[in-house]
Design a protein around this ligand. Structure first.
Ligand code: ATP
Ligand code: MG
Length: 315
C-alpha cells in the first residue's frame, strides 16, 4: 500500500555539456541521469515523507536499473515497475540554447514505458491510497489514455483523490484524443496544478481568475498555478494563497514543476494546510532548478527547511 500512486514514463536524460551546443554537431554530453516527470514527482513525494509507488516499464538495461535503484534508494515502492525484454528504457537528449530555451530528442514513444497497457492497472494498487497523480505528458498513446481512464475509475470508486499536472505543450492540445483526455482528467481531479500559460490554453480562458473559477466550478477544490521564477498561487473556493519565489541560482529548469507537485501533494496528503504545502512546494521548485539533472533536485523537508532558512523569500 502506498499513500501516493502515479503511473507513467521512466526515462534517462542525457544533457549537453555546453550552452549553445546543438544536435546537428558532435559534442560532449553528460549523463545518464534518472528522469521521467512521474518518476521525479514520486521520488519527491516520497522524500517529503509520504509512501509512494509508480507503475511503469523499463528495458532490461543499465538505464532502467539506474532509475529503479535511485527510486528504491529514495524509498519509492518499485514493485509495479516492470521490465520489458524487447524494448529499451526511454532516453531524452537535451541541449540548451543561448536564449534559455531547450531542444529535446525523445525516444519515449518507442521505449519500454510506451508499452504500459490498461491491463497493467490493478485495483489492489490503489487500496489504502490517498492520492493518484496524473501527468498529461504520460498520456502519449491510446493505450496510456485507456490505462489512465481505468485508473481514474478505480481511484474514484476507492475514494482516492486525484491530482493532475497537465504538463503539456500547447501543440498537443491540437491532438483530439489528447485534448479530450486532458479535459476529462481536469473534470475528474481534486487538485489541478497547471503552469500559468497551460491554465489558459486548457480552459480556453485568457483571464486567470475566470479560468480558475471555471475549474473550481467542476470537481476540483484547489488550483495551484506555477509561475516559474515568479512564484506560485493556490486558489480554493474561498481562499487564495500566493508565494513569492525563493532566490535561487537556476542551472537546470527541468523537473521544477514535478518536484513542486510532489511536495505539494505529499504535504496535503499528510494533512498539512494549503499555505504550508505551498510554501514547501515553492521551495522545492526553487531547490530543483539549482541542481543539474532532472531528479538530482529532489529534497527532504529538512533540506527544504535549510534552503528556506538560507534563502528567505524574494521581495
Ligand atoms: P517543468 O519544466 O518541470 O514542467 P513547470 O513549468 O511545471 O516546470 P515551473 O513554473 O517552471 O513549473 O516551476 C514550478 C515552481 O518552482 C514555480 O511555481 C516556483 O515555485 C518554483 N520555481 C521554478 N523556477 C524557479 C526559479 N527560477 N526561481 C524560484 N523559484 C522557481
Ligand atoms: Mg510542468
Amino acid at each position: 500500500m502506498a499513500e501516493i500512486i502515479t503511473v507513467g514514463e521512466i526515462l534517462v536524460e542525457v544533457m549537453a555539456k555546453h550552452v549553445g551546443q546543438t544536435f546537428e554537431q558532435s559534442g560532449e554530453f553528460v549523463g545518464p541521469f534518472p528522469s521521467g516527470a512521474p518518476a521525479i514527482f514520486i521520488d519527491q513525494a516520497t522524500k517529503a515523507g509520504s509512501s509512494g509507488a509508480i507503475l511503469s516499464k523499463v528495458g532490461n538495461d543499465g538505464f532502467g536499473r539506474l532509475n529503479v535503484e535511485r527510486l528504491k534508494r529514495d524509498g519509492v515502492d518499485v514493485q509495479y515497475i516492470g521490465t520489458v525484454a524487447d524494448k529499451t528504457t526511454g532516453i531524452a537528449f537535451v541541449t540548451y540554447k543561448t536564449d534559455g530555451d531547450r531542444d529535446f530528442i525523445f525516444t519515449l514513444k518507442d521505449s519500454a514505458a510506451a508499452s504500459i497497457t490498461r491491463d497493467d492497472i490493478a485495483e489492489a494498487m490503489f487500496t489504502g491510497s490517498r492520492y493518484f497523480h496524473i501527468m498529461g505528458c504520460s498520456a502519449f498513446n491510446e493505450e496510456m489514455i485507456a490505462a489512465f481512464k481505468k485508473a481514474i475509475a478505480i481511484a474514484k470508486a476507492k475514494q482516492v483523490k486525484i491530482s493532475f499536472d497537465p504538463n503539456v505543450r500547447k501543440e498537443l492540445m491540437e491532438n483530439a484524443a489528447m485534448k479530450e483526455f486532458i479535459l476529462y482528467a481536469l473534470s475528474s481531479c481534486d487538485i489541478f496544478l497547471p503552469g500559468e500559460e497551460e491554465l489558459k490554453y486548457i480552459t480556453g480562458l485568457a483571464d486567470e481568475q475566470e479560468a480558475v473559477a471555471a475549474v473550481l466550478a467542476q470537481n476540483a477544490s484547489c488550483v495551484v498555478v506555477k509561475r516559474g521564477h515568479r512564484g506560485c498561487t493556490a486558489y480554493e473556493r474561498d481562499a487564495v494563497f500566493s508565494a513569492k519565489p525563493y532566490r535561487t541560482d537556476e542551472v537546470d529548469p527541468t523537473g521544477a514543476g514535478d518536484c513542486f507537485a510532489g511536495t505539494f501533494i505529499s504535504l496535503i496528503s499528510q494533512g498539512r494546510s494549503t499555505e504550508e504545502a505551498l510554501k514547501y512546494a515553492n521551495a522545492s521548485g526553487a531547490y530543483a532548478v539549482s541542481r543539474k539533472g532532472p531528479m538530482e533536485g529532489t529534497a527532504t523537508l529538512d533540506q527544504l527547511d535549510a534552503f528556506i532558512k538560507e534563502r528567505g523569500a524574494q521581495v
